[in-house]
Design a protein around this ligand. Structure first.
Ligand SMILES: Cc1cc2nc3c(=O)[nH]c(=O)nc-3n(C[C@H](O)[C@H](O)[C@H](O)COP(=O)(O)OP(=O)(O)OC[C@H]3O[C@@H](n4cnc5c(N)ncnc54)[C@H](O)[C@@H]3O)c2cc1C
Length: 258
């Protein structure tokens, strides 16, 4: 008899566990850290859950790159609240920060005494795309430096411009550029006295190491001819598009795709 009662109670308990709602009536809050682009434990996430709903998410990451990781810090928490899920898409271009936010969010739920698995229902990012038609004179794909300059140039010429960027932030590699922007044979250079002979000769010498690479050998021969012609009549600042190509490809140890 005793054994039978125990079995019945066990079944009831299991049923209660199996059918108990995910919802958590009381408000609970948890905070946790995870590694980010800014280093170990660079990201902190605080989550508040009430009645089975993610009520608020706050992410902090003062060391994440401004304009890249900081965009993920700003956007992902709002998406988690909106979708009531920590299973949101990371942001392209801010992978480290995104991964850190998602990991810290999971740990924060655990710290709040909540099962993170209950808040991982897949996000509906795959919902059908809406078709919209825009009319413009010029459409530019990619809002990095080149795209932005093209957009400004076209707008200055009185054209209507649409500039499209696939990432959540604009700027591309251009915002990561650490020094001056390289350019070849510009009018600005002609305002200066040329004194870079040693640099040209160094590049031509370095090109000799790649003599088995036809692209580099042909480019070097062209640059050499340009340089010799300039030396015979040294007017203005010596530079050329081919010299920049040669510098770039040698800078890439000859393995970059021309
Ligand atoms: C760390 C680092 C340091 C650098 N330092 C220097 C430096 O000191 N000096 C220098 O001259 N150069 C430097 N460079 C190189 C320089 O940044 C790049 O050569 C230059 O930014 C390229 O400009 P871009 O406009 O062609 O490309 P990007 O600035 O990369 O822009 C391309 C844009 O197009 C977008 N895009 C791509 N495909 C699509 C699509 N299908 N739809 C919509 N959008 C799309 C991309 O997301 C991106 O935003 C550096 C690069 C890096 C990464």
């Amino acid at each position: 008899m005793k054994r039978r009662v125990f079995l019945i109670l066990s079944v009831i308990t299991m049923a209660v566990i199996a059918f108990s709602p995910v919802s958590q009536a009381a408000e609970v809050t948890g905070t946790a850290k995870a590694d980010g682009f800014g280093g170990p434990d660079a990201i902190t996430v605080t989550i508040t859950v009430e009645d089975g709903k993610i009520k608020s998410v706050k992410a902090e990451g003062p060391k994440e790159t401004e304009g890249i990781g900081s965009v993920a810090i700003q956007k992902l928490p709002a998406e988690m609240v909106e979708k009531n899920s920590i299973n949101v898409d990371g942001m392209t271009g801010a992978t480290f920060s995104s991964t850190g936010i998602l990991k810290a969010a999971e740990a924060a739920l655990k710290a709040a005494g909540v099962n993170p698995e209950d808040y991982k229902k897949s996000s509906d990012s795959a919902k059908a795309a809406e078709e919209k038609i825009f009319e413009t004179d010029v459409a530019i794909i990619g809002a990095g430096g080149a795209g932005m300059v093209a957009a400004i140039t076209a707008a200055d010429a009185g054209k209507k411009v649409i500039l499209i960027e696939k990432q959540a932030m604009v700027g591309g590699n251009s915002v990561r550029s650490t020094g001056g922007m390289n350019a070849a044979h510009t009018p600005e250079q002609d305002k200066n006295k040329f004194g870079e002979n040693a640099g040209i000769e160094k590049t031509l010498k370095a090109a000799e190491k790649f003599s088995d690479n036809k692209f580099i050998a042909d480019l070097a021969a062209k640059v050499k001819a340009q340089y010799e012609a300039w030396k015979a009549d040294p007017k203005g600042y010596f530079d050329s598009v081919e010299l920049m190509e040669l510098d770039t490809i040698i800078g890439g140890h000859g393995i970059n795709n021309p």
